[in-house]
Design a protein around this ligand. Structure first.
Ligand code: MTE
Ligand code: HPA
Ligand code: MOS
Length: 784
């Protein structure tokens, strides 16, 4: 991948300390050597038992009974637990309490865990659990399997959410009706499986006095602690949750690691033995939810320049059987429908449809991609209706600077850099010339058609639930001068620990090699937020900086006093030295050892809460985001109009990470997110059996994620030169999720190629994912 290195070098020159350097991931060597340990790599304690879950064979039904006696009598079975064995509330829902740990009374989807089998041997437990339907008595009830069907019946997991912002009451409708041009349409966008390489897993170990330690692959250790404590009627101080790293989370372990933690903990506490629950890949697919698929119906009015005058849209998400995080996901979708565009009159209606399928949850972007893709699709329809290049229509609708800058939810877009970034990318990618070349190429190519598209991104950074925007950290300096950091964030491959360690090293003037991050542990930093909403480094970086700064100031005060009252503020920490105002260097390690001897506290805590946020959940108005992250992408594809197959030929990405904490990690995040987003929109198709409701695509054999071969042969990734105008950690910007939206350009380029097959007369009715079948369906329409 020929990512530009000039940004790296400039960043390197610009900074002295460890922040801003393109340093390798803290575990890179361990990852490639296979030495990085995941939950299943932990040495098993003597007496460890294994759990497997018995799943509902029906999508909906009344649970009349479980033949527990027969199950318990099977060879090798140590115990079988059902909902009746849970001492506390049978609930592991993150917000609304409608998520049973084990089914009780009713089963709500095919794959819902009903009982847990415990055996000394994992294989025995799994074989017994796989026979679930022989032991379950379930009276079938009618199942609702699609969001459209649920919406038609008014079945929702939460009350509908409405976000309307108009110049005067009723102005949206009036603008649509009186506009020079009017269009309506609909769109269907599928869900996406997180497909973390390490599946859901928890290993619960009983401790003395009824306490428990749970090793859990989770983005949210504190919530796992609370879920376990709640279900087992334990105080939170009796439950320790620990996670060194995940083999990927992607949102799938924000809330849905809870069921696994609770079942392992239940069995461990009942049997007083360590119990491990590791879901097999197929079971992971069948049990857990994923990105919400969305359906859209929209109508708008626009002028001759393609400027939107009024737009109305229904967004219908497939929430699955329970609420999980569907509420905040829908809120984020509504707050991202505007993407980079000023909408003078807009009326959005969000419906989280209740279906008899897995409960959908967080996935990279958290509804943001599902909101923004709709406006991109709408602007393409406008461009085709007017016979304009979609880029021209996009530019006509961009937010302004100082005007036309108010989002539908009432926050101003103060640093709108989408427009200049698009200009820069247009120049870098040769967009205009390639547009002409592609048109000429298509004119002489009847079967293969090329397509080109540019799409911008604006993504709001902060949790859209105010109280999650806080973090804590602990920094220890040992007497040899080595440093240990613990913070509330979790490492899932995104490089959070590397960034936080860089921040601490920078603050203390040490090389990164002197700083180590330890496992996230609820007994160290309490009441942590999920590592999510891309805020990991923003929040935990600031908290760790706070702790490290206190230590630096304490050491400086010690040195100043010892030197006879020199100005502590003039003492600097750099290159493993403590530098006195006259430039005299003292080795950091010596200063630390001396400070210890003089009884100076060499560890500190740190805390951070994002300032300036306010949000009214009822009116969906306020300032939900600390700032916005921006990006733009140009993609070029070639489509075979006879088979529907396509290739991504080239992608040019320009992404805004403010002043990068670590350009190597940030470019990895940008490229990874882009390819993951491309997978969502092009090849990852979820299919449920239309009658039984069984998820048919539940393994890599039937569910296709992108591979290295799907990366485009020309792949240019650049970081935009700039800094965060908001006071973020070293003026960087969050990077985890926003670049996933860059992949819109791939899907839009496929649409452009299909449109070319019909001489751009018809806006292609392309759904997502744009599988070859979907591409052929759309080609059939445009060529009619
Ligand atoms: N990158 C890797 N390698 N693995 C992951 O699981 N999760 C993504 C993103 N990048 C993920 C990832 C998601 S959904 C989020 S919210 C952020 O990382 C979380 O980490 P951060 O807040 O530290 O960026
Ligand atoms: N992102 C991820 N998780 C969340 C959010 C969000 O915006 N809000 C609440 N939980
Ligand atoms: Mo990411 S979807 O916020 O875990």
């Amino acid at each position: 991948m020929n990512s530009s290195t000039d940004a790296f070098i400039r960043q390197l020159a610009a900074t002295a300390g460890e922040v801003g350097k393109a340093l390798p991931h803290e575990s890179a060597a361990l990852h490639v050597a296979g030495e990085a340990s995941y939950i299943d790599d932990l040495p098993e304690l003597a007496g460890t038992l294994h759990a497997a879950l018995g799943l509902s064979p029906l999508a909906h039904g009344r649970l009349l009974g479980i033949d527990l006696e027969a199950l318990r009598a099977l060879p090798g079975v140590v115990a079988v637990f059902s909902a009746a064995d849970i001492p506390g509330p049978n609930d592991c829902g993150p917000i609304v309490h409608d998520d049973p740990i084990l089914a009780e009374g009713e089963v709500h989807y095919l794959g819902q865990p009903v009982f847990a089998v415990i055996a000394a041997d994992r294989d025995v437990a799994r074989r017994v659990a796989a026979r679930a339907k022989e032991f379950l008595r379930i009276e079938p009830l009618p199942a609702v399997l699609t969001a459209r069907e649920a919406h038609a019946q008014g079945r929702y997991v939460l009350p509908p959410a409405h976000l309307t912002r108009e110049q005067s009451p009723g102005a949206t409708r009036a603008a649509i009706v009186s506009a020079p041009h009017r269009l309506q349409g609909s769109l269907s966008v599928g869900g996406q499986e997180q497909f973390y390489l390490e599946g859901q897993i928890s290993y619960a170990v009983p401790l003395e006095g009824g306490a428990l330690r749970v090793h859990c692959s989770t983005q949210h250790p504190s919530e796992m602690q609370h879920a376990v404590a709640h279900a087992l009627l334990l105080p939170a101080n009796a439950v320790q949750v620990e996670c060194r790293r995940m083999g990927g989370g992607f949102g799938g372990k924000e809330s849905q690691s809870a069921l696994f933690a609770c079942v392992a903990a239940l069995a461990a506490s009942k049997l007083r033995r360590p119990v491990k629950l590791r879901a097999d890949r197929d079971d992971d697919f069948m049990i857990t939810g994923r990105r919400h698929g969305f359906e859209y119906d929209w109508e708008l009015g626009f002028d001759d320049a393609g400027r939107i005058l009024g737009v109305e849209i229904d967004l219908i998400s497939n929430a699955g059987f329970s609420a999980d995080l569907s509420g905040p996901v829908m809120t984020r979708a509504l707050c991202h429908f505007d993407n980079a565009y000023w909408l003078p009159n807009v009326s959005m209606h969000g419906y989280s449809a209740r279906t008899n399928t897995q409960s959908n949850t967080a996935f990279r972007g958290f509804g943001g991609p599902q909101g923004a893709i709709a406006i991109e699709c709408i602007l393409e329809a406008v461009a085709r209706a007017l016979g304009k290049d979609p880029l021209e229509v996009r530019r006509a609708n961009f937010y302004g600077v100082g005007e036309r800058d108010l989002t539908p939810y009432g926050q101003r877009v103060e640093d709108n850099i989408a427009a200049p970034m698009v200009d820069e990318l247009v120049a870098q990618s040769g967009y205009a010339a390639r547009r002409g070349e592609i048109a000429a190429w298509n004119a002489q190519s009847p079967v293969l058609k090329r397509g080109l598209a540019l799409s911008p991104v604006k993504f709001g950074i902060s949790f859209n639930v105010k109280h999650f925007n806080q973090a804590g950290a602990l920094v220890h300096i040992y007497t040899d001068g080595s440093v240990l950091v613990n913070h509330g964030g979790t490492e899932m491959g995104q490089g959070l620990n590397t960034k936080v360690a860089q921040v601490v090293a920078h603050e203390l003037g040490l090389p990164l090699a002197r700083v180590r991050c330890t496992a996230t542990d609820t007994t160290k930093v309490a009441n942590t937020s999920a590592t999510a909403a891309s805020t990991g480094a923003d929040l935990n970086g600031k908290a760790a900086q706070d702790a490290a700064r206190q230590l630096r100031e304490r050491l400086a005060a010690f040195v100043a006093q010892r030197a006879g009252g020199i100005d502590a503020a003039a003492i600097r920490f750099a290159d493993s030295q403590v530098l006195l105002p006259d430039g005299t260097p003292l080795p950091f390690d010596t200063v630390v050892a001396d400070a210890y001897a003089e009884r100076v506290q060499l560890w500190s805590d740190g805390f951070y809460a994002t300032p300036g946020l306010h949000w009214n959940r009822e009116t969906l108005q306020g300032k939900p985001f600390h700032y916005f992250a921006y990006g733009a992408a140009v993609s070029e594809v070639v489509v075979d109009t006879l088979s529907g197959e396509y290739r991504l030929l080239r992608a040019d990405l320009l992404h805004d990470v403010g002043r990068s904490l670590n350009p190597a990690i940030d470019i990895g995040q940008v490229e990874g997110a882009f390819i993951q987003g491309m997978g969502w929109l092009t090849m990852e198709e979820l299919v449920w059996h239309p009658q039984s409701g069984a998820l048919l695509t539940h393994a890599p054999s039937t569910y296709k994620i992108p591979t290295a071969n799907d990366a485009p042969p020309i792949f240019n990734t650049r970081l935009f030169e700039g800094e965060n105008p908001a006071d973020s950690i070293h003026r960087s910007k969050a990077v985890g999720e926003p670049p996933l939206l860059l992949a819109f350009s791939v899907w839009l380029a496929i649409r452009d190629a299909i449109s070319a097959a019909g001489d751009h007369r018809v806006d292609p009715p392309l759904r997502a994912p744009a599988t070859p079948e979907a591409v052929l369906d759309a080609i059939e329409v445009v060529m009619r």
